[in-house]
Design a protein around this ligand. Structure first.
Ligand code: SF4
Ligand code: SF4
Length: 507
């Protein structure tokens, strides 16, 4: 057997649990799962049917992991999948968001998403998934920089620092003994850091004790759910724990990411081989508590908004009621889409749907189901407690012209909370509450500089590569988007450049 094939089989054997054996043995090939899968329903492509993916893994399992298969295979009575089969079919394991909807339609309750994850892990362990440039870059970036898009901590914090400056805000970095460690998934700090500023304003306004880490800048969503590289995924979880130990925080704050919700609420123990050592609080649960405790003033918005349930947070982690309770507190115009909760259709963006460019055309095509769901509500906005869902929903809204070109229709759930908070603070004359986090209030200048994003910027300025960071920021698409409402951001970049040049001249 070729080395890659052997590594693939070894990986399957190593990761297989009793539950997976049932998932592989119990299929009756009735094909009902296809009726729940958007990828098959819309395209009618048999290769996108859930059973096409599971069939190959079942064959490998039978051939190499059952006595009948080993004897039958040697006699040529049982098919022997080849390396060429693995290579030819690899693409289909990523034409799937591992959303779990197919399981609802299966009379045996088979978890196809678990089989898909087993397969992705085997593709990673055998090295075959390196043939896909996106998966390869996720693995290499995570290994090298601990950020799946390959950004450095300086780029992540430098960009956030620039945005905070423009709004006269602060966020805490590297503070000891805060209540929460706040780590944003790479998709959040790479794709929507400008929208994320609203979440920082909410935490500041409510007086939450939190800190950002100067080192841990990605939660590991993509390595866990797209690449399914268990070794690196484990290291990412251990990084969180070590950083939480170092900073002396009490809990981890899960920023809005459906995949992280699934990882931390349900799958971390399997990855680590023991429970995750810190309590996990999703930011939506926190905002709900803050509002109920009266720590976050709100005035209900009249936004006509519908909710997209992320598969990983609702169907697979059971948080659907929490999102509705929160949404009903902050808007008086919430409209359910149909179907909803665990029956909701996937946004088609998570676990590789959005990240792999080869999926884009199919993803847009199958998102007609999601577009029709949103259109039928008559809502002006669609919200989701997941960054990737929101990005995918926005793409769907634009593709199907649900909103005028360029007008955002998809909002992250914290943006709806923000829309309810800002007028309430304005009415109280307390908009300033958003500016400074609780852990930086009433501290001396030295502490402030040591633990603020502004102080972080000043330290970055002393690095020899700061001019390159400024060049990068100037070219950055997210900075360009932010500059539409904050044109002074380029004045800030210019001013920082001049300050560095003056300092160089001083030397
Ligand atoms: S997990 Fe979701 S995308 Fe994958 S086969 Fe099942 S329904 Fe389709
Ligand atoms: S619905 Fe279940 S039993 Fe039927 S083909 Fe799909 S996975 Fe197999």
């Amino acid at each position: 057997m070729e080395a890659e094939m052997q590594a693939f089989v070894d990986s399957l054997r190593h990761n297989l649990t009793a539950e997976d054996v049932v998932n592989l043995e119990a299929c009756m090939n009735c094909k009902m799962c296809g009726e729940a899968c958007a990828w098959y329903l819309v395209t009618g492509d048999e290769k996108l049917h859930p059973t096409h993916k599971t069939g190959l893994i079942r064959q490998i399992y039978r051939r190499y992991m059952t006595l009948e298969g080993q004897i039958g295979g040697a006699l040529g009575l049982v098919p022997t999948p080849t390396l060429a089969d693995l290579k030819e079919n690899m693409q289909y394991f990523w034409a799937c968001t591992a959303c779990g909807r197919c399981t609802l339609a299966c009379p045996s309750g088979i978890s196809i998403r678990r089989i898909v994850r087993l397969a992705r892990a085997a593709y990673a362990d055998s090295g075959l998934s390196y043939a896909n440039p996106t998966i390869r870059s996720i693995i290499e970036n995570t290994d090298r920089r601990r950020h799946s898009f390959g950004l450095t901590a300086a780029q992540v914090l430098g960009r956030v620092g620039l945005f905070l400056r423009s709004e006269g805000l602060e966020a805490p970095v590297n503070v000891q003994n805060a209540e929460f460690l706040f780590v944003c998934p790479a998709a959040g700090n790479t794709k929507i850091p400008d929208y994320g500023i609203k979440l920082i304003k909410i935490l500041n306004a409510a007086g939450v004790s939190y800190t950002i880490s100067p080192y841990v800048i990605d939660t590991g969503t993509e390595i866990d759910h797209i690449a399914v590289h268990h070794k690196l995924s484990k290291q990412m979880l251990e990084d969180w724990e070590q950083e939480a130990d170092r900073l002396g925080v009490q809990k981890i704050l899960l920023v809005e990411c459906g995949c992280d919700t699934r990882t931390l609420y349900a799958e971390a123990s399997e990855t680590l081989g023991r429970p995750f050592r810190y309590p996990i609080v999703s930011v939506d649960a926190l905002m709900l508590d803050l509002i109920k405790q009266g720590r976050l003033p709100i005035e209900k918005t009249h936004l006509k908004v519908t909710l997209h349930d992320p598969c990983y947070a609702t169907r697979l982690s059971g948080l659907g009621d929490l999102f509705r309770e929160l949404l009903n507190l902050v808007t008086d115009n919430f409209i359910e889409m149909t179907p909803n909760r665990e029956y909701n259709y996937c946004c088609n963006g998570g676990a590789g749907g959005m990240r792999l460019p080869e999926n884009t055309a199919t993803r847009r095509k199958i998102s007609v189901l999601k577009a029709n769901q949103i259109r039928a509500t008559g809502a002006d906005f669609v919200t989701s407690p997941c960054v990737v869902c929101t990005l995918s929903l926005e793409d769907t809204c634009q593709t199907y012209q649900l909103s005028p070109s360029g007008d955002r229709m998809a909002l992250v759930l914290f943006e709806v909370v923000y829309a309810a908070m800002e007028p309430a603070l304005a009415k109280l004359g307390e908009l300033d509450r958003m500016r400074v986090p609780a852990v930086l209030r009433n501290r001396d200048h030295e502490f402030f500089i040591a633990h603020s994003v502004e102080g972080q910027m000043m330290r970055l300025m002393q690095q020899p590569d700061f001019p390159e960071l400024l060049d990068w920021l100037e070219q950055d698409d997210i900075v360009k988007r932010f500059s539409k409402d904050h044109p002074q951001v380029y004045d800030d970049i210019r001013a920082l450049r001049e300050m560095v040049m003056n300092c160089e001249n001083c030397d």
